[in-house]
Design a binder for this molecule. Structure first.
Ligand code: ADP
Ligand code: MG
Length: 204
């Protein structure tokens, strides 16, 4: 996968678009089991990331992801801002400009470890980790863009019957069951957008 200037610009635009287009949907998911700010939080954060174009696409991959992550930490706020921001910052840290599949798998692994540490959380607790972890498995297994996108969408759906054990939704106890986790939905939208923008091929 080449990750040149054009691909970086495409990626930033692709990530921001669904956060802006789906802000109302993310807000209503968060109204059901949280405080109803997730759509606005993510929209604000990714509008700020979008405003970093064109300059941010001139940076090296690690510098670009660091800048995106820091902006998300500052602008998204809530519980999700530091978690999503940490993911981007850690993901970029050791990423070369022409990453192999193995480079992406290793980068995502480190980023997930960092998110777990920051959130004191793990998969199975009805959080965005319930999308990140299964998607990482498909990426590591050599799945193509369609398989990765499908895994992300399925994983978000699978949070519906889960009991929330972390985050604001956990205050609801059993009443958190039956609703999709808002952070899982936004994470799946970001992953679907990223694989479309970057044209993943199986095994490569
Ligand atoms: P807040 O809960 O502060 O209002 P948001 O509404 O922006 O923040 O984000 C809520 C999302 O953040 C949840 O749907 C969940 O996916 C994620 N989240 C919350 N707490 C944690 C945690 N400890 N670990 C992982 N993800 C979390
Ligand atoms: Mg919220």
């Amino acid at each position: 996968m080449t990750f040149d200037r054009a691909a970086k610009e495409r990626l930033v635009q692709a990530l921001a678009a669904p956060m802006i287009a789906h802000a109302d949907e993310l807000t209503s998911l968060d109204q059901a089991i949280g405080d109803g700010d997730h759509g606005l939080n993510m929209k604000r954060g990714f509008e700020a990331v979008l405003a970093m174009l064109p300059g941010v696409a001139d940076k090296s991959a690690p510098e670009m992801f660091k800048a995106i992550g820091m902006t998300l930490v500052m602008k998204v706020g809530g519980a999700s801002g530091p978690l999503v921001g940490t993911f981007f910052m850690e993901f970029g840290k050791s990423l070369p400009d022409a990453p192999s599949r193995a480079d992406l798998v290793a980068a995502a692994d480190k980023a997930i470890v960092a998110v777990k540490a920051r959130g004191r959380s793990d998969a199975g607790q009805k959080t965005l980790l319930d999308v990140l972890v299964p998607v990482h498995e498909v990426l590591a297994g050599g799945g193509d863009g369609a398989a990765i996108a499908a895994a992300a969408a399925d994983a978000a759906e699978r949070t519906i019957p889960m009991l929330a054990i972390r985050g604001r939704a956990s205050f609801l106890g059993e009443r958190s069951i039956g609703h999709m986790d808002p952070g899982s939905r936004s994470t799946s939208l970001l992953i679907v957008a990223a694989v479309k923008a970057l044209e993943f091929e199986a095994g490569s």
